[in-house]
Design a protein around this ligand. Sequence first.
Ligand code: GDP
Length: 424
Amino acid sequence: MANSAIVGINWGDEGKGRMVDLLTEDYDVVVRFQGGGNAGHTVINGLGKFALHLLPSGIFRAGVVNILGNGVAVDPENLWTEMQDVMSKGVELTPDNFKISDRASLLLPWHRDMDELEEMRLADKKYGSTKQGIAPFYSDKYQKKTILAGELFYPEELKAHLADLMEWKNLTLTKVYGAKPYTMEMLEEWLEKYCERIKPYICDTGMFLKEAQANGKNILFEAQLGSLRDLDYGIYPYTTSSNATAAYAPIGSGLPSVKITDVIGVVKAYSTCVGEGPFVCEMFGDEAEKLRKNGFEYGAKTGRPRRVGPIDIVATRYGVEVQAATAIALTKLDVLSYMDKIPVCTHYLLNGEQTDRFPFPSALKNAKPVIEYFDGWKCDISGARIWQDLPKAAQEYVIYIEKQIGCPIKYVSVGPERDSIIIR
Ligand code: GDP
């Protein structure tokens, strides 16, 4: 029996989706345990190309049960839209292969408004939110001011609960932001149009997981974003509003007793970062544009160009520690094939001293990257399927990273397709 987590080591967008899609072959259940529809996992397989935001990346494998755990921000509107999209492309989604925890909280329609209104108020001090309502949702969840998915099965109590929440939220919307108030008719329409559609998939997933565990099933825990966006361990306040670390998987999945045996940390062969916040290794100008184009680094949800840089050893080592990773999947190595010399951020320079420790968030803006260059390989490696297929320079690059971050690189990904992978 294996209980494995697939998590991001950096700022997100490392290629977790493609790794989950690949590895689910060996798992019976895939659980998303945190986050919402604010990031995207791109998966390319025999059925086509998909940008998943909320659905677990195991939905393409027959026989795999996919779960949205209680730690996830379940947005009925976005979820139903995404479900319709994948179903229209031939993916089967039934209450047997897709389940939503009855203990997951629902992202309410005003959470998106609150996100937008607050980013507008912040103007040039904005956090770079994707405006999917995730921060307002999690604040309300912890204030106990949202509803649980399972409440949809108690319509009378639900309406009374929603009316109370609406009265409370309308105060902020109208008096703080000068926005329009919500009405019960609007909420009833939302219930009818979206919540009723996802209701058949809502159940006691904690019970299901307990049984799966008792029956020795293999469970994969899927995270969104990465260590540096973790609410507690990341670059606060430029983090997400949930814990993207493997340690949160037992709580957010609905299986608090589980011991995670393997943590597969996904690291990109270079760095990318979406939105605002300190990004020490950032590259600019033509060099950045070339890397962005070669890696096709544009947000899956927003289409925003991602900020890019060389692999950041300091941040990656920290990310590995935070995730307690037991193995690494290094992705997008093929993207670097065009480079004559490959830059690597080996250290930071902080207050005139070289450091290999990841600094406190407030100190990051003063840190400067120390860059070293490695030989490039200058040939197409996307067809490599075994370690020996990689040119020497590429092998050396992988081995150097492995040594620096202190965790074995078990997978090297050389293309977005399911089989473009080297297993060491
Ligand atoms: P996630 O959120 O961590 O799942 O990452 P994203 O899906 O946002 O970003 C990863 C992107 O890189 C997707 O478009 C993938 O199809 C693509 N990708 C993943 N692995 C590789 C790889 O090894 N090489 C190339 N060229 N693209 C990859």
